[in-house]
Design a protein around this ligand. Structure first.
Ligand SMILES: CC(C)(COP(=O)(O)OP(=O)(O)OC[C@H]1O[C@@H](n2cnc3c(N)ncnc32)[C@H](O)[C@@H]1OP(=O)(O)O)[C@@H](O)C(=O)NCCC(=O)NCCS
Length: 143
């Protein structure tokens, strides 16, 4: 549940995000329900192999971590936003939007940003101006 105080959020590239913090944000955001939160080696590999790890901290660069975005990209043509998660205590305060903005800033105008949304977040991405893609295809992971 979000509090009502204004949120000063600081977003930055943090490739060394500790796996414990990644796991905590996934759990506290609710996204942990569909991420391998009990498999730390797999979570660590998700961080290590990511091309862009963004962290949102409340109140400034040394503040509490309240959000994470993780992308796979070549920084030249395309990027896949594999995780965007904001802790429940900070949802609705602009943190998700700030992470999305920072991801676009880091990627630049030559790079398209694609993602798979959970049904509950579709309105968020629509609000952010992202376009639905009808002709997208994927193989589901099997474990
Ligand atoms: C979805 C999520 C990333 C949004 O982040 P957030 O910090 O709560 O969202 P923001 O405060 O930046 O919201 C930005 C705008 O989107 C709107 N919005 C936020 N969540 C929304 C939702 N689920 N549906 C519709 N609109 C939403 C806000 O009202 C706000 O609108 P405004 O610009 O008119 O004020 C966050 O709620 C979250 O982590 N949810 C659980 C995990 C999840 O679903 N992640 C996405 C996986 S695809």
């Amino acid at each position: 549940m979000a509090d009502s105080t204004p949120c000063s959020v600081h977003c930055a590239v943090e490739p060394a995000l500790p796996v414990d913090e990644f796991q905590r944000v996934l759990v506290e955001s609710g996204l942990g329900a569909i991420r391998p939160i009990d498999d730390r080696p797999r979570l660590q590999k998700m961080l290590d192999a990511a091309d862009l790890v963004l962290v949102a901290r409340r109140g400034g660069p040394d503040g509490e971590i309240v959000g994470v975005a993780r992308a796979i990209t070549d920084f030249s043509w395309c990027a896949y936003l594999s995780d965007l998660a904001v802790c429940g205590s900070a949802q609705g305060l602009g943190v998700g939007h700030a992470l999305l903005d920072e991801a676009r800033r880091q990627l630049g105008p030559q790079v398209s940003l694609v993602l798979l949304s959970v049904p509950e977040a579709v309105g968020f991405y629509e609000r952010a101006g992202m376009a639905h893609v009808a002709d997208a295809f994927w193989y589901r992971r099997t474990r």
